[in-house]
Design a protein around this ligand. Structure first.
Ligand code: C5P
Length: 286
């Protein structure tokens, strides 16, 4: 039996735009995504000689084929035709669920990377990301990590210059969670008043200009969620009062993130919010 280990990193959306609804019911998106240091840990035993098993230290996470990590392993073995002779996946969960941080996708991507390494790299990283598209929309990005533009459902990726690393990303996850299908439906029902300026965000990344990156954060889901959950404005007001250069919701929420120039400011923000929002974390772009 062999044990593999891999880190599964969360993502934030620096920009997120929803385009047309497709014939398959999904929407095309455009989003600049960024990996952050918040992570789950994945361990995989290969060759257990027993039926497949998935364990997670956090309650409420599915531990069968509904878990994207399981699906990713299934897709990998179906595609390569290999037989692991029994598999056990263990997940140490730190990434909050239903947050827009891509936690499930990150776990799935980590499983793909670990298995690909174990079997001597049958897939290039881009081919592995394509395999990830069969598992979930955010899995391709979570496979390659870093900074990238994602288009289509998230499977068309273009690497971008890395975001400057000398800053902190504070993540605050409020207690509510929003339903992704409902949010897409709401977006369909109303005209989108403002959209992100991807060109400006790309230029800001190219220049490594944190102020301009912060200025150009924009997620079309942010106003839709905030409308129904005004506490998001409270979180943002604390971010704003204590030195964040920019902030917004990630993905379809409900986590909100702030870009902060120093660890000291990030620590102050955490102290201000922790009592009401215990799910608050200081992370970095990676
Ligand atoms: O990707 P996920 O399965 O979490 O998406 C949940 C639902 O959100 C989909 O069934 C679809 O209704 C909607 N969705 C969409 N376009 C996307 C991603 C999700 O319409 N690109």
């Amino acid at each position: 039996m062999t044990t593999l280990q891999e880190s599964a990193f969360a993502k934030i959306n620096l920009t997120l735009d929803v385009l047309d609804k497709r014939e398959d019911g999904y929407h095309d998106i455009r989003s600049i995504m960024q990996t952050i240091s918040m992570r789950d840990d994945i361990e995989i035993d290969i060759g257990t000689g027993k039926p497949w098993k998935l364990l997670c230290d956090k309650e409420g996470i599915p531990t069968d084929e509904r878990n994207l990590a399981w699906t990713a392993a299934r897709v990998f073995f179906d595609t390569t035709g290999k037989d692991p002779d029994g598999l056990e996946i263990r997940i140490v969960k730190r990434i909050p669920s239903e947050a827009g941080l891509g936690g499930g996708s990150a776990d799935a991507a980590a499983v793909l990377r670990a298995l690909n390494r174990h079997y001597g790299y049958p897939f290039s990283i881009l081919a592995l990301a394509e395999l990830g598209a069969m598992v979930g929309s955010d899995v391709p990005f979570c496979t390659i990590c870093g900074t990238a533009m994602a288009e289509g459902r998230g499977e068309r990726l273009r690497k971008l210059p890395d975001m400057p690393e000398d800053c902190c990303i504070v993540i605050c996850k409020p207690d509510f969670s929003s339903s992704t299908p409902e949010l897409y439906q709401k977006i369909d029902e109303k005209a989108i008043a403002r959209r992100p300026d991807h060109q400006a965000m790309e230029s800001a990344l190219l220049a490594g200009d944190l102020g301009k990156i912060a200025e150009n954060l924009y997620n079309v889901f942010d106003p839709v969620v905030t409308e129904d959950h005004l506490e998001v404005n409270y979180i943002k007001s604390i971010f704003n009062s204590y030195g964040a250069v920019g902030y917004q919701m990630t993905g379809s929420g409900s986590a909100v993130f702030a870009i902060v120039e120093s660890f000291e400011y990030a620590a102050v923000i955490c102290n201000m919010l922790r009592e009401n929002y215990p799910q608050i974390y200081i992370t970095k772009p990676v």
